[in-house]
Design a protein. Structure first.
Length: 428
């Protein structure tokens, strides 16, 4: 027997959770159908041997407008990164600090050899412009590549190659700096305005907080959607949910055949976690590895920020590999440890591997990076709506915003106009 509600949302990721919150606030009854066993989509945290591991290295940019709208930062017990990076190649280590946020470290940053006076002057000039500009204004810029933009601004090759390239690779998951200028400027604006942080208990706390705002039973876990009609959703187990509003807040390539061709592939990353008795460094900084032949792009000692992520006396180290590889897990571990032991000494060989995440669909790579959605952008068919960061750009900001927009549009569109169009799942 079918269960009838006002709205059905497919996927309990960030977009789906926000859409559900808006619909509930409008007085609508909602069911979220989630294939997994916990909320969050790509933003989840697993517990392994007493350690809390995010599925892929992720941070919260606390300046995100939508994040400020939806999250209670105090309740999340956020732990902030310092604004800068530890930059290394082999045994050569240098620290770079954001001149806007760490004026007292301007001279040490210059002495590091990573940036010239001209580089820092350009960076501060751009930061002042980013502060004045709204995110929407930044996304009106031309879609030249980040590399072209950096060259036009006059940054030195050393600063680009040793800091900006590995830093942006860790964010955009591509080494060529091909991501459009507008996305680079938006991200840099966010970094310059407020700290990057992680919740004390891991990034999964973001989804847990959103889910906790919904009535018990709103999310139906362990159910995979088989097909969708305008007006109903059927799961593989045979359950049917009827609703005049259906929001698909999950990876569309798993649900809609035509989206496989319409949207560009996702970018991938491998995230390895290690346990150590002693941290390789004590800074609350992301460490960046530079050099074209590198395997490791970035690493972070997460327990430097939050000891709650590991058992007492242990350190949790997150390592990201951003390059195509067909290596098996053991071979990749050996390469990673070999590279890091050159940088941080033989103690690296004593690190205990906890888990590796091979994430083939880590970040969407749309053909056009945007900031705002028109009504028609979230309408798939009358009565069926879309939500997800793939509609705009790969970011938490985009995921949260798209969920809100899908709910807003669904609430103002007459359900009576819905057509009986079946959408078969692309995954059989």
């Amino acid at each position: 027997m079918a269960e009838s509600v006002d709205a059905v949302i497919v996927g309990a990721g960030m977009a789906g959770l926000v859409a559900a919150q808006h619909l509930r606030e409008a007085g609508k009854s909602v069911k979220i159908i989630e294939k997994g066993k916990q909320p969050g989509g790509r933003v989840r945290t697993d517990e392994v041997q007493g350690f809390r591991l995010d599925r892929g290295f992720q941070v919260l940019l606390t300046a995100y407008p939508e994040a400020q709208r939806y999250f209670d930062y105090e309740a999340l017990d956020l732990r902030n990164f310092e604004s800068g990076a530890l930059v290394f190649q082999g045994r050569r280590h240098n620290r770079f600090y954001n001149p806007q946020r760490h004026r007292d470290k301007f001279v040490p940053t210059l002495r590091s050899g990573l940036a010239t006076v001209r580089d820092l002057t350009i960076l501060m000039r751009l930061a002042a412009r980013w502060k004045r500009a709204t995110p929407a204004e930044l996304f009106q810029q031309d879609q030249i590549t980040t590399r072209e933009y950096l060259k036009l601004q006059g940054f030195s090759n050393t600063f680009v190659d040793r800091f900006l390239e590995p830093f942006m690779t860790g964010i955009f998951l591509e080494q060529g700096l091909e991501t459009p200028q507008r996305m680079f400027e938006f991200v840099m604006k966010m970094f310059s305005e407020a700290p990057a942080a992680i919740p004390a208990m891991g990034m999964g706390a973001l989804a847990d907080q959103l889910a906790s705002k919904l009535p018990e039973g709103t999310i139906v876990y362990g159910e995979e959607v088989r097909n969708i009609r305008s007006g109903s959703v059927k799961t593989r187990s045979g359950k049917i949910f009827e609703a005049p509003i259906i929001i698909m807040a999950t990876d569309p390539t798993n649900m809609l055949r035509n989206f496989v061709e319409e949207h560009q592939p996702y970018r991938s990353v491998v995230n390895l976690y290690f346990s150590a008795d002693r941290a390789p460094f004590s800074d609350k900084l992301i460490a960046l590895n530079y050099g074209g032949s590198r395997w490791v792009n970035n690493l972070a000692v997460l327990t430097n920020l939050s000891p709650k992520l590991a058992p007492e006396g242990k350190h949790l180290i997150s390592v990201s590999v951003v390059r195509d590889t067909e290596l098996g897990e053991r071979d990749l571990q050996k390469l990673v440890k070999s590279e890091l032991s050159q940088a941080f000494g033989p103690e690296v060989n004593d690190w205990q591997h906890l888990r590796s995440y091979f994430i083939s669909r880590a970040l969407p790579s749309p053909s056009v990076f945007d900031m705002e959605l028109e009504d028609q952008d979230v309408i798939y068919q009358n009565g069926i709506y879309l939500a997800g960061d793939y509609l705009l750009n790969g970011s938490l900001q985009a995921a949260l915003y798209s969920g809100r927009r899908a709910a807003e549009v669904a609430l103002k569109k007459p359900a009576a106009q819905a057509k009986e169009v079946e959408v078969e799942s692309a995954s059989k």
